[in-house]
Write a protein that binds this ligand. Structure first.
Ligand SMILES: CC(C)(COP(=O)(O)OP(=O)(O)OC[C@H]1O[C@@H](n2cnc3c(N)ncnc32)[C@H](O)[C@@H]1OP(=O)(O)O)[C@@H](O)C(=O)NCCC(=O)NCCS
Length: 190
């Protein structure tokens, strides 16, 4: 197996972002995803390529044919005051450790946002403990409640409503006021 050291700043140009529908992942993709997700989320993924539920699609970042980063996209409808809004949910954004702080995470998020615009989807939502990367890209921390289906250990058990202001980040191209509202995720918290 080839070994890779840190990528040079100039090598960002060599990154290839590939979009794949979840149902079209092949065996090689799945093995590469297991490796990178286990490295980046060792506590939570337990050798699976999804945590709560399969995503709609993924953006996969390849450097000289090696998968070095990924973001899963959950395309769904959320409900705010009974009004439906299509969103892209950002799921399991990660970059393998040796390649971090070179702009790959930013490139993955920007590619996701461009895709949202192309699809007339006006909101991108993330739940993140460390908001720095998102804030740099213009995401706003929202003071809102979220209502969602709680899934633990492959089992649905309740519907929860709680304040998620500490981790909820939204970037919108449409003027919707989420402040102090209840955002019904109509599914699990991604
Ligand atoms: C979060 C993560 C995807 C960032 O990927 P990345 O390729 O290193 O991100 P970028 O190089 O595009 O970083 C852009 C900016 O985000 C911020 N940032 C990135 N990682 C950061 C960290 N660990 N701490 C603080 N700020 C950070 C910085 O402002 C950075 O800009 P700078 O390098 O010029 O200071 C990567 O660190 C990772 O995979 N972490 C483990 C998994 C994880 O926690 N995923 C996030 C789930 S929400």
């Amino acid at each position: 197996m080839e070994t890779y050291t840190n990528m040079e700043d100039s090598d960002l140009k060599k990154l290839k972002i590939v979009r794949k529908q979840e149902c079209f992942l092949d065996k090689t993709d799945i093995i590469s995803l297991q490796e990178i997700l286990n490295e980046c989320f060792p506590e939570t993924l337990a050798n699976r390529i999804f945590y709560k539920q399969l995503p709609t699609m993924r953006l996969m970042a390849f450097y000289e044919k090696r998968l070095i980063g990924q973001v899963s996209i959950d395309h769904r409808v959320i409900s705010v005051d009974k009004t439906p809004h299509q969103i892209f949910g950002v799921v399991d954004l990660c970059v393998t450790e040796a390649f971090r702080r070179k702009g790959t995470g930013t490139l993955l998020l920007m590619t996701l946002e461009n895709l949202a615009r192309q699809c007339d989807i006006n909101h991108v939502i993330a739940f993140a403990d460390h908001p720095e990367l998102y804030k740099k890209l213009g995401y706003k921390q929202e003071k809102a409640n979220c209502r969602f289906l709680a899934i633990d250990d492959l089992s649905s058990h309740s519907v929860i409503e709680r304040d998620e202001s500490k981790i909820l980040l939204i970037k919108s191209w449409e003027d919707v006021d989420f402040t102090d509202k209840t955002i019904d995720l109509l599914g699990h918290l991604f």
